[in-house]
Unconditional design. Structure first.
Lengths: 224, 224
DNA sequence: TTTAAATGATAGTATTACTATTAACTTCGC
DNA sequence: GCGAAGTTAATAGTAATACTATCATTTAAA
């Protein structure tokens, strides 16, 4: 299994970057350090000048890898969803029972991403924290339709469709499998944010609680 | 009822503005026109220079009402949630049956806001469209905890808690009423966005569909 | 009618998000 | 080991944004 993990690679849409960051140590530094900085200060406070300073390089060098910070955020987001998809596939592989599969997928979605299967040895917690806070900004903007067309969200959508299919596998008569899948994936980001910043708008303050909440919701919705 | 509607006023946290926009025609113009512009071009493209031009005033005059565009967005958001809360309360008033009450509240949440009960005669559709696209940006930032502390999200939170209490009224043993309430309110914004921009990540492309999806979810979750 | 308050007009600053240019360093084929 | 090609660094510059400041003018209230 370890070999499989290290040989597989998250395949990120190549139009998200100008030069593949995995192709050089500077590129890897750009991604790793940007994850540190965005995790720490948020995307608004983050810019290429600060990033350049942090890695001891220059703005112009960073611009050779990414057109702008928005694209970099999309790259980081794809990295996250790619890892999540990979883990979901690995974890649910060869599970014959539909409900068990679905629950395993949900549990995986609420877990910390394993960054081992990438070139970037970053803390999965940081990656998830970034996605919790910043992913909504990656698609809530004027050019979302163009970017969606260009495939910048394809990994995210593929994961949602996988989940949707798993839901259909549990109950083929359920009419809202796509909406339910989106609801869960959104929740996997948002409920953590609520716990951190709007404490009494959620009852889930641990991964276990969250899993229980969605398990209950899904079991009742799909089997009653 | 009409008198009640016109005499009641959505009470917005006064630290969101420097000078109450409802106190002058310029203030009302600022809010009305900003809703038009943000609806049309999104919050990133929007700035006080463009707003000033649109209403035939100046940047400096607008800065006398709102400290910055972020505060203005928070003001508009409070307006939306205030209307939603008001409508929910009016619509569910005197309903003895808990489930019926909850369903009416959900239906109201997915409806277009009635702006009659404000000083701003704007199209409710625009207001909802802005919230669908921009509300997440109102709290996904570095200063969220400070702003939350200052009460900038109090109407939103009060609405979530009302919904949470309604859920508890249906099933007192359900342990996740806060999380479920947040999930519904988030969904009332997000599922519309999905329908518009990520069409096949949802099955709900009308208000009726959405209502059915959540009705099914809530009925099964709370009564089985 | 006087006075204060509100608004307009204009100018200016710091920061951001880039673009352009040139110089220096690295790497790779030969 | 050498030169060419590619990569990165250093520096400078631009347009737009998000304000702040000042003072003149208009409007409203006492």
């Amino acid at each position: 299994m370890h070999n499989l993990l290290s040989s597989l690679r998250v395949d990120i849409n190549s139009s998200l970057y100008l030069k593949d960051p995995e192709s050089s140590s500077l590129g890897i530094n750009i991604v790793k350090s940007s994850i540190d900085l965005i995790d720490l200060h948020g995307i608004e406070e983050f810019n290429f000048k600060k990033l350049a300073k942090a890695i001891g390089s220059t703005e112009s060098s960073i611009y050779r890898y990414f057109e702008n910070k928005h694209r970099l955020l999309l790259y980081i987001s794809s990295l996250y969803w790619g890892i999540m998809e990979f883990q979901t596939v690995v974890q649910t592989n060869n599970m014959p029972d539909g409900m068990e599969r679905l629950m395993k997928a949900v549990e995986t979605l609420f877990s910390t991403p394993q960054t081992k299967c990438t070139s970037f040895e970053v803390e999965g917690q940081k990656l998830r924290h970034i996605l919790n806070s910043e992913f909504v900004k990656a698609y809530h903007h004027k050019l979302v339709d163009e970017e969606n067309e260009a495939g910048y969200f394809s990994i995210y959508k593929r994961l949602a469709l996988r989940l949707s299919e798993m839901i259909a596998g549990v109950n083929a008569n359920y009419r809202y499998n796509n909406s339910l899948a989106s609801l869960i994936i959104e929740g996997s980001l948002n409920q953590y944010f609520l716990s951190e910043h709007f404490h009494n708008l959620t009852d889930c303050h641990s991964k276990d609680n969250l899993y229980e909440f969605y398990k209950d919701l899904l079991t009742k919705t799909l089997t009653s």
